[in-house]
Design a protein around this ligand. Sequence first.
Ligand code: ATP
Length: 624
Amino acid sequence: MTGETKFSVLVSLFSWIQKTKTAAQKRSKFRKFLETFCKPDDYFSAIRLILPSLDRERGSYGLKESVLATCLIDALGMSRDSEDAVRLINWRKGGAKTGINAGNFALVAAEVLQRRQGMTSGGLTIRELNDLLDRLASSDGRAEKISVLSTMIKKTNAQEMKWVVMIILKDLKLGISEKSIFHEFHPDAEDLFNVTCDLKLVCEKLRDHRQRHKRQDIEVGKAVRPQLAMRVSDPAAAWKKLHGKDVVVECKFDGDRIQIHKNGAEIHYYSRNFLDHSEYAHGMSDLIMQNILVDRCILDGEMLVWDASSNRFAEFGSNQEIAKAARDGLDSERHLCCILPFLPNHLIVPLTCHWLDVTFDILYVGDTSVIHQSLKERHELLKKVVKPLKNRLEILLPNGGLNTHRPPGEPYWSCLAYSMDDVERFFKETIENRDEGIVLKDYGSKWEPGDRSGKWLKLKPEYIRAGSDLDVLIIGGYYGSGRHGGEVAQFLVGLAEQSDSNTYPRRFLSFCRVGTGLTDEELDAVVQKLKPYFRKHEYPKKAPPSFYQVTNNSKERPDVWIESPEKSIILSITSDIRTINSEVFAAPYSLRFPRIDRVRYDKPWYECLDVQSFVELVHSSNGN
Ligand code: ATP
């Protein structure tokens, strides 16, 4: 019989897997579920609930924790200021009762649900649950989402609903890897998924565990799981790992991985997570039609944003902004100028930005997959297939590639390395040029879907001091999750607004959010010292104390503010050398990957770095 596997059975499996300690036991529980409790017709329905982040049949729910919290509150018919509602909204904090669950949304939700739902299973089948999840994803308005959630609540008990919440958040915390799930399902499942990124197809084709499946090659129109790079610590380690191989070193471009599938006039743009990003079509598809000289192909590369007014790559993060502009139906070139209104007037430069695709590999040409050929051979094909167009559609080839020269030193974006010195020199140039890092590739290797075993290596500069210490003031705190649940674990730090030299600064501009760098003890010491001055705000969060200037961006809002600057502490922070234009914070620039270097108990609060000095620092390190 079909369509009968109950969700309650899957929930028992989840609880078992979660409780079981060893990987082997977890795997055998899953195998038993497939053999005994799940009908083969239900394999896809079940596995898409077990590996929700790999399911591409359903769109996104648009429900991260904070929105899900308010939707659940309404679905349960609770008042927004009831104790449980506040608990859900402040799930990171926990409270007297939540304590141990703080930082784990599903557990906090389970606590709240337990008081409202019965113990008896709702009897929902996994198919019915999938239908409800489809409705949740396809519903536009909030009201519709609430109505679907309330149906789900009616048809489940608290335990079941807790897992539904985890499925919606796409994180089941089962402690079993995706690899193991695939392996137990079918010995060829991972391979087939890697070349198709299609969970449904995998579940349907591989229903018989004993029947081996002929290795399938990639196809135009089906996303392929991208080959990835293994991290190495320094040029020597990289060189050792690729010992005896022909090596090519390439700049690691800082955009978004993109796989372009062209089939006649049909073009798809698949991201690293195999989502189809149609927003790239605007501005790219015409170029591809004109400059790709074959009817069918798959190209692998990085999508960047080119700023024609300053003749360089636009800042990290611009991809999202320009994509948003394209989605909103605005002309992306012009729109990018006006989506940076947070810059003070003197920093506004007219931007003319557009997509730039840097193709570094080719996987398919005409009717044939070419992933089995060597990188060297694939480069030859790339030359034949792509007619490069300056700053629009570039190809990356050793000792050439990209029509844009790198200033100054090393003129190439890619070169063959014959010694460790070659790698070191190229890497040094990368740091000077402020690129993200380098990727080293075995020139004789084939392209392997989903592989991160070391045929490609990545080397990135670690945190480099931004030229001098950045002494910033803590102005707020964010509650942590997991191990740090219920306690402040990250800080919102600010820069001082310049005051005349005889007075202390009066206002501080939010600058960045920083959480790493301190040991647990050091972090705890800072938190304990500041605790008496935390000003908590229950929902809805109130405006900050008047000393602090912030933006309206909700991503910036801390969970607590420091009552006043003179009560606070200075932190010395370091960062990747690059700064980013800041949309989220009030200061004109923010830092990428900031890290706390040390706590400056020795520095009084008023010796905080001021905005003007910081802007000068940015300009001087950018060579302006
Ligand atoms: P990271 O956050 O460091 O980019 P990641 O986990 O996204 O890491 P990695 O496999 O570590 O991915 O690094 C490879 C990524 O680097 C690719 O997915 C691609 O987006 C990017 N990249 C930039 N330049 C290159 C290049 N020349 N060759 C291959 N990948 C490149």
